[in-house]
Design a protein. Sequence first.
Lengths: 117, 768
Amino acid sequence: METLLPLMVGSLFAAGLYFILHRHLFKVILGLILFGLATNLFLFVVGGLTRGGTAIINKHEKVAVEPYADPVPQALLLTAIVIGFGIQAFAIVLIRRVYQTFKSNNLDELRKENEAH
Amino acid sequence: MFYALLIGILAAAAAPLLFRAIGRRVVVPMVLIALLLFVYYCTFLPQVLQGQNLVEQYSWVPELGINLQFRMDGLSLLFALLISFFGALVMLYASGYLHNDRLLGRFYLYLTLFMTAMLGLVTSDNIFCLFISWELTSISSYLLIGFKQADKNARTAAWQALLVTGLGGLALMAGLILISISADSYTFSGLTEQRQLVQQHIFYLPAVILVLVGCFTKSAQFPFHFWLPNAMAAPTPVSAYLHSATMVKAGIYLLARLNPVLAGPDVWHYALMAAGGITAVLGAVLALQHTDLKAILAYTTISALGLLVTMLGLGSEYAVKAMLVFLLAHALYKGTLFLVTGCIDHSTGTRDLQKLHHLGPGMKYNGWAASLAALSMAGVFPFIGFVGKELLYESTLESLLLLAVNFIAGVAFVAVAIIIGFRVFWRKATDKTQLQHKAGFKLYFPPLVLAGIGLLLGVLVSSVPSPLLQQGARAVLADETAKLKLSLWHGFTPVLGLSVLTIIAGMLVYSFLPAIHTRVTALQPVYKYGPNAVYHKLFEQFLVKAKAFILWLQDGYLRSYVMYIMLFFCGLLLFTLQRDTPGINITDRIYQLQEVRLYELVVLFLVIAALVYLLGTRSRLTSIVVMGLIGYSAALFYILFGAPDVAITQFLIETLTVVIFVLLLHKLPAFTYLSHQFKKYKFIAISVLFGSLMTYVMLLVQQQAIPSELKKYYGKMSYMEAHGRNIVNVILVDFRGLDTLGEITVLAVAALGIFSLLRLNPEKGGKP
């Protein structure tokens, strides 16, 4: 699986970037979400994959026993996911707002609008 | 010396305030400040004349060799006295010249700032100190040329002067730094001691070229001479002070200051002689073609600067003496002539030679001043100009070419001297030019003083200027034994014959001047290819190209920016990867594939299938659902590889995102097909490149597992110290609790933003 996961994350990255390069604001947001997801998985994979062993100390032990997953990337990931969600929610509301105001979600048209002013 | 400069800067800053407080009487304190500085520098005379060098030093950034180091020797003192004395006279003159100007306070600010910068330039020993002053003179020159801001010509000329001298300044800085690197010293005195190191260093040639570019732009040497005539758009006191007597000589000063360091190799001497010689002849020839008095003076100034550079290039003891004497003489007579021209302009409203006749009776004092200065310019006995001219001839006797250069310049000077000293003022004419008003005391006193000093120094040449010039020559030659004994009368020598010949030739040229003026129109096409035209063409092209470049790079489309960033990132990554990273061990990788479990494969294919579907779909609802699917699959992977907390968070967040999307979906527009076919392939290529690079990086990183100290630390400590069994949770709420607080704050800010976006209606005046 160590070999296959990078391939999957790479395709997530590619798809995310492709959507970000799109003209439609909605797709840009989709791209952002995909890109964020890919980045999280990237961190997770690079941090080292451990099958089975969670980063939880057993009831009868005082210290964690190998094999257990590296808790540091996980802590980073948790933070990243939550903050990513904040951004996603904000972006979704933003495109709604943009559409309300300009009646368009085409980035190019927004730019023309801007030039006309 | 440092405090003198501080006083100058304070006086400059106070000038506008004083003008507001006491009006036009601001001239009194400004002249007094300049005189005070003059007297202050005079107190150095006794010590300097005995051959002592006074040094002053304050640390600034000693680690980088940037210190406030000042040094006073003969050369510095000569310039400092000239600058402060001239400054006082020009301050007085300016109040007469600009007597109705509402911005007089600002003018004094610029002028005093310039004077201070110039004094700093000639007294600093540290190269950075010198450079700062150098740039300050460029900037104050820019402000002064553009003083009549309403005039477009003035603005263009100011901009041109700043660009040319500013670019030269950059070259100069690079050159000075190269020199100081090669000798590991940041002071001129230190560099002079280490001259061997400098001259043998591989940086010598580039350093010389850069320094010469800096000095040539400042001192208007060919091919950078074109900014000086344009700079005559400045008010006349500025032209007299900056563009004839002092600032343009800053380049000469620096060349003289560096002469002991850089002189020796042929390239230095030949470069100076070539540039100086061409400039001297060019200036002389061009001066005779103009009818605007200020333009004539500007071109003779260029010619004189060329002569000074030539003499420095010659570098013999005689030549250096000639240079110093001529420099002093030129500052005195050219300053006078400029000031007189300013008076003429002021009183008659024109500077055109062909409209000015028989001004003498109306402007007696100015006429005298002009005639005295003109006699000095023509090199007539017993003015200091005569001494200068004799020395110039004497030092070039051995080289026919340089003698010719001197002769041509000399002839032009005589012709110009006759024009200003005689024709404009005293030649009888039937249609006498009417004066609009008489020139007041402030307008005739300063030129008269300068012209008088020119005569006085000539008569007393052996006693008054001689000792100081001798110290100056010693500084330029770095030779403590150099002798400079000036005398007015050398007897009947071939040089005297040459002087007489020059004057006769000058008179001849003068008599042919009307013919020359009618013929010069034929030369107009040539000027289309001159340096000035080249400058304007380059300038325009630069603006056009810069605009095109900016529009190309920053076209305002989000995707272009993202694309550039990603391409640059990929480029960096590829560059690093191809340098010294090992390849991927493929056999190991294939072996690892055997460990893949079936359920893992199912999730993986789910993600890939979802991605493919997402790329093709045009329905918003389906894409949201598919996005949720991908998010859940990611969560499954987190569970499979031992991260249940992350997985739970991912589940939650993914659900929330889908909910928000669906809630707002009816407000969002439908997909429309928006991409061009060609661009689509470009984007696909970039995306695939980026994705595969990331895959490659991940595979590489996996190959080199780094044992994590942190993992061990948290594994050991989370129960012992924080009494929690779930290590990830303990890290978040205990070990890195403050970070989590920051995270909560970010969420709160995002929530605020979302709230205001949803509730705020800018169309209805910003109220909810």
